[in-house]
Design a protein around this ligand. Structure first.
Ligand code: NAG
Ligand code: NAG
Ligand code: NAG
Length: 283
């Protein structure tokens, strides 16, 4: 199955999956709270502070929602969780991930939570690599605005990122973290039912899966052109590689399905496991 990029600076990792094959621009959007009203601050609810703020040139797709910290000022934030939706690289939208916002906010009230859209893939304009660039664009955008707005004396405080994706978004989260995280800003990745290895025969021998991959790699069959499939696979033999590299990870198996069709109990288990892992490893 997989290869971890040797220059990956990923230090922490969480994989949650049903099973491993399961497969603005000038200013950072500002909090709309009054600075001098701490009582109002305490009463902040899960309403996002800013919706649909642009991080790129494509004002319909390169946009994100910002859920500001409830306990501290945004410029004191040190931890950011980016949510990446699924939809087979060609569909879906950030609202699909809103289900994650309340429990993350409750568990981590000092974190900035950012729920992103990205440019969708088509056969003529595949998702790879432009969707990876969008993750990079957003991380750069957030760093420039937050770290860039701090007093110089505060430079030592780095921004730490978690990428949490579902399905195709989980694949993008893993791929970015293992292959493109050269500056090391991403510290934790949470993969919820995302595919990790498109070169696995379970995909390559299955015409349906090849077809599903076309918005990611273009209309190319694996047997005729395997290169983009290798290039867009986060890793081969992921579990073995993580163990060998001594990267903390946890794999939680669920009994089939693709998250949205799980029992409430399983959904709750996923939330609990995610919070536990982040509390332990995302400090
Ligand atoms: C954000 O954009 C989406 C899609 O265009 C739209 O449905 C939604 O109403 C917008 N949200 C706000 C608060 O403007
Ligand atoms: C936006 O477009 C400009 C001009 O084409 C380009 O230089 C820049 O890299 C683009 N920004 C992003 C985030 O793609
Ligand atoms: C702080 O970081 C900014 C942006 O990277 C840089 O321009 C500045 O020189 C740094 N200040 C100190 C004191 O290191």
């Amino acid at each position: 199955m997989v290869l971890l990029s040797p220059n990956s600076h990923l230090s922490k990792s969480l994989i949650i999956a049903t099973c491993l094959i399961s497969y603005t621009c000038g200013n950072i959007p500002e909090s709309d709270d009054e600075d001098n009203e701490p009582e109002t601050k305490k009463e902040r609810t899960v309403e996002p502070t800013v919706y649909n703020a642009s991080y790129g040139n494509d004002s319909s797709q390169q946009i994100a929602d910002y859920y500001y910290p409830t306990t501290i000022e945004v410029d004191k934030t040190t931890h950011v969780i980016i949510l990446i939706h699924g939809g087979a690289w060609s569909g879906g939208q950030k609202s699909d991930m809103e289900i994650c916002v309340p429990f993350l906010r409750e568990a981590f009230p000092s974190f900035l939570i950012v729920n992103m859209d990205y440019r969708l893939g088509t056969w003529s304009s595949p998702g790879y690599p432009k969707q990876i660039k969008d993750v990079q664009n957003l991380i750069t955008f957030i760093r420039n605005r937050i770290v860039g707005s701090r007093p110089a004396s505060n430079n030592a405080t780095e921004l730490k990122f978690t990428l949490l994706g579902g399905s195709a978004g989980a694949h993008l989260a893993l791929l970015y973290s293992y292959k493109y995280n050269t500056a090391g800003h991403v510290k934790v990745v949470v993969d919820v039912v995302g595919p990790v290895d498109f070169t696995d025969p379970a995909y390559t021998l299955n015409p349906v899966y090849n077809y599903i991959a076309f918005p990611l790699v273009g209309p190319r069959l694996f047997i005729l052109n395997p290169k983009p499939y290798f290039a867009s696979s986060p890793s081969h033999r992921l579990r073995e590689k993580l163990r060998k590299e001594e990267i903390p990870y946890k794999i939680v198996m669920f009994d089939g399905g693709h998250f949205y069709d799980w029992s409430e109990e399983d959904k709750q288990k996923l939330k609990d496991e995610t919070v536990l892992f982040l509390k332990k490893h995302f400090k």
